[in-house]
Design a protein around this ligand. Sequence first.
Ligand code: DQQ
Length: 550
Amino acid sequence: EKVDETSRTGYHFQPPKHWINDPNGPMYYKGLYHLFYQYNPKGAVWGNIVWAHSVSTDLIDWTALDPGIYPSKPFDVKGCWSGSATVLPSGVPAIMYTGIDPDEHQVQNVAYPKNLSDPFLREWVKPGYNPIIAPDGGINASAFRDPTTAWYGPDRHWRLLVGSKVGDKGLAVLYRSRDFRRWVKAHHPLHSGLTGMWECPDFFPVAVHGRSRRHHRRGVDTAELRDRAVAEEVKYVLKVSLDLTRYEYYTVGTYDHATDRYTPDAGFRDNDYGLRYDYGDFYASKSFYDPVRRRRILWGWANESDTVPDDRRKGWAGIQAIPRKLWLSPRGKQLIQWPVEEIKALRGKHVNVSDKVVKSDQYFEVTGIKSVQSDVEVAFAIKDLSKAEQFNPAWLTDPQALCKKRGSRVAGEVGPFGLWVLAAGDLTERTAVFFRVFKTNGSKHAVLMCNDPTSSSFESQVYRPTFAGFVDVDIASTKQIALRTLIDHSVVESFGAGGKTCILTRVYPKKALGSNAHLFVFNHGEVDVKVTNLDAWEMKTPKMNAPPAQ
Ligand code: DQQ
């Protein structure tokens, strides 16, 4: 089979061909990072799902192994769907996943490594007592999936969540077990919301910026919660993937071990949704604790946004976003995400621009590197906010709609300013990543971060949604905002204000390919902005899932 390489990514995770979706069971074991993922070994559309398996020593170079989990037993004969890994106190990793049984029922199964001394964890054994959790007691058997990493309570019982729904209500169903084998459903779910089916729940602790000030960016292992001192200095994150919107939402809150109740903090309670990890194309994500660098790492899937016939023709579909370190912001209002520092090792040829004013309606090209596969960090200074356009509070609930109305081509006062990436030399193709600043009541401002791909490709069939989110910064006092964008052929993955707002988008330029892809800085607002500093690097291509030498 031939694979069309035109818009293939260079340093974003993907297999050599075929369809991929959710990241599964990420973990660190004996010197290797393991990533499993939903994979169709037979084609570039969803189906025949197995857990493909790759390993890495550095999260950069990846080696593909044979699938770790694949249909082989009655309890998973029709598919091995998403799930998580739990490293038990003994050091033994367990995988819990959803199997599709002969009646198309979703059941939860456990698997253990066949050989614990194999750091590659190539073979997995499914005990005959599976499934360990079946959809009984009023559970909808076709909406019951994606078990979380398990955690251990002070009462010496394990707990895990399974995503589900009852009517319109999304559920994180809670199960408890003494021995990891016999699981009992709790009387009430850990949490629920009127948002439809909850897929791929993730529940984990994050350090608070309190007494542990110096360490608030460190990750907390779900297993560490047995330790009361640790438990007191953490908050909890509950993330769900909404089947209805195909977006993910999280809340930050407290969790009571004794009652197994999770309560989102004030500020998250007003709506049933919460904040987004990413305001673009990012779904079915999963985090894990990395004991090597004591951090929490988030993996998320970015689907194609071209058509299904395009995917069949290309012979591949889907990538994983760059793994992101994730931590709680100092004031505890949101999570911050940043590409794992390892990817800096891919930075090659470099250019810098500093102290360059971009006047109203001006732009300039960043030359000297091939930006089709690059990492760009830029900081903008805005001296004069007095002219900022008036903000309408009704816009607060729908940044995406606001950005659609006020896209990159609509002139403003403060902004739009930002980058044109994957741009043709004549600018007939370009994807805009930009900010707009509005004045709210009093001396406050609202900052919108936006990704406008409406001119990204001549290809007319491509779905080109505008994506946007607000950025929680006090721009009146900083007078500055930063943007980092990872560009990778068909990926534009952006981190606003140091990782407060993230937007990943997939685009398919026809002209802006290879060395015909250009990078510009633009300002389409009335007020001048200054690029105080811009660094851009070409990114090298790591080893991406070439099978191991025989
Ligand atoms: N993908 C899996 C399911 C999960 C969904 C199937 C989310 O387990 O709910 O491939 O993308």
